[in-house]
Design a protein around this ligand. Structure first.
Ligand code: GTP
Length: 273
């Protein structure tokens, strides 16, 4: 018997995965998929009717994966058609248009729709989500900035990419990272590996940044009632300053939030005796 039989080349099993796209109508879901799969851009809007389905083979790291892509129509009218396709999904491409604030605000509703359709036993924790802030080529009309989008995504443990289906910017990187994370998930028995869940900042920090960003005036920003005393303003300021100090907080947008808090305190103290 041959003591050194030729080593059989190790071939890793190819994977078969299901990916869906979600997000409001016209944010560019179909165009993102087309840009990646067909390397082209279609400027004319052709609404997806219900669902578009495609299969594609891709090579990621040393693995071949067969991807079943379900491109969902964003229009509310197609809810009845969409709702059947949420199950058994490994990855979700969640898209908004950076020039349409309402499409960003709608992301929570998309997650809620999926959660509802998956039912009480569905587990959203073990799905890879990538958020695409799309149409970044339209710089003049941008209404959701990068830190706001990134904060929303990363505070949920989602990937975040800035993309343009028109120019192709960010598209390949997004898909490669997305598929790579899905491979890690599959190799980890369908569970998100622990290394991919830590975001480096707390929910309290993320919530504070969001609240500061949406505050209507300096009182609101510091979380004190109009007419609060110097002491109350200083106390609220110190709490936020510790929470958001750039040396301690790595959450997207923390630096701007910190500056805004400093300015709010200065403005309020000027007018309080
Ligand atoms: N400037 C610009 N336009 C884009 C981009 N991506 C998509 N569009 C345009 O936006 C419109 C909508 O794109 P679609 O990909 O059809 O949008 P969708 O999200 O699939 O829409 P539904 O099928 O209705 O859910 C089209 O006119 C596209 O040409 C982009 O990155 N930049």
């Amino acid at each position: 018997m041959d003591a050194n039989p030729p080593k059989r080349k190790e071939t890793r099993k190819s994977l078969r995965i299901k990916v869906i796209s979600m997000g409001n109508a016209e944010v560019g879901k179909s165009c993102i998929i087309k840009r990646y799969c067909e390397k082209r851009f279609v400027p004319k809007y052709l609404a997806t009717i219900g669902i578009d389905y495609g299969v594609t083979k891709v090579q990621v790291r040393d693995r071949e994966i067969k991807v079943n892509i379900f491109d969902m129509a964003g229009h509310p009218f197609f809810y009845e058609v969409r709702n059947e396709f949420y199950k058994d999904t490994q990855g979700v491409i969640l898209v908004y248009d950076v020039g349409q604030k309402e499409s960003f605000d709608a992301l929570d509703a998309w997650l809620a729709e999926m959660k509802q359709e998956l039912g009480p036993h569905g587990n959203m924790e073990n799905i890879v989500f990538v958020v695409c802030a799309n149409k970044i080529d339209c710089t003049k009309h941008r209404s959701v900035d990068e830190s706001e989008g990134r904060l929303w995504a990363e505070s949920r443990g989602f990937l975040y990419f800035e993309t343009s289906a028109q120019t192709g910017e960010g598209i390949n990187e997004m898909f490669q990272t997305f598929y790579s994370a899905i491979i890690d998930l599959c190799d980890n028995g369908g569970k998100r590996p622990p290394s991919s869940t830590g975001v480096g900042f707390t929910k309290e920090q993320a919530d504070a940044i969001r609240r500061i960003r949406n505050s209507k005036d300096s009182w609101d920003m510091l979380g004190v009632k109009p007419g609060a005393t110097r002491d109350e303003v200083n106390k609220a300021y110190r709490k936020l300053a510790v929470l958001l100090h750039p040396d301690k907080c790595v959450a997207p947008g923390s630096e701007d939030a910190f500056k805004a808090v400093v300015n709010a305190r200065t403005a309020l103290l000027k007018n309080i005796k």
